[in-house]
Design a protein. Structure first.
Length: 160
């Protein structure tokens, strides 16, 4: 068997070299698989961190929107306070005006305030009356014109 080995030493060495190459290939494949597994783990970690960053960014956006709405509500509350003060001032002025009118002898409880349609009807009546007055004034002007002409026509009429 030693002689067969000696005769086939080249083949045995080549076979051992091939087996070593296959073993080195397996080692390289294992290293490649380990490298790819490491890359995959890092990508998973990056994806997780991205999702976390995205979620925290949405929370920050939500916080910013809520802060802006709170500021708007505070401004509205300030405006309501100012409007309440103005309303109280206007009510006081109205009371003072009513008191002044009553002190002037005008009883607000006894007199009727006109509705819009009643005011419009009265306004239409006034317009009609103004038109009638204008017509009467035009007739008076014509009569005055005739009175002025009459003294001139009388002497001329008697002489014919």
């Amino acid at each position: 068997m030693l002689s067969k080995l000696k005769d086939n030493l080249g083949l045995v060495v080549t076979g051992l070299a091939l087996m070593g190459s296959v073993g080195a290939g397996f080692t390289a494949v294992v290293e490649i698989v380990d490298t790819l597994t490491g890359i995959d783990d890092r990508m998973n970690n990056i994806e997780y961190e991205f999702v976390t960053l995205k979620d925290s960014t949405y929370v920050q956006n939500d916080i910013a929107v809520l802060y802006e709405k709170i500021m708007q509500l505070e401004m509205a509350a300030q405006n309501v306070g100012r409007f309440n003060e103005e309303m109280a001032t206007l009510q006081a002025n109205l009371y003072n005006l009513e008191q002044t009118v009553r002190d002037g002898g005008f009883d607000l409880d006894r007199y009727y305030l006109l509705e819009k349609w009643e005011y419009q009807d009265l306004n239409d009546s006034i317009t009609r009356m103004e038109t009638q007055v204008q017509t009467v004034n035009n007739s008076m002007w014509e009569l005055n014109d005739l009175r002025t002409r009459l003294p001139y026509l009388e002497p001329n009429h008697h002489s014919h």
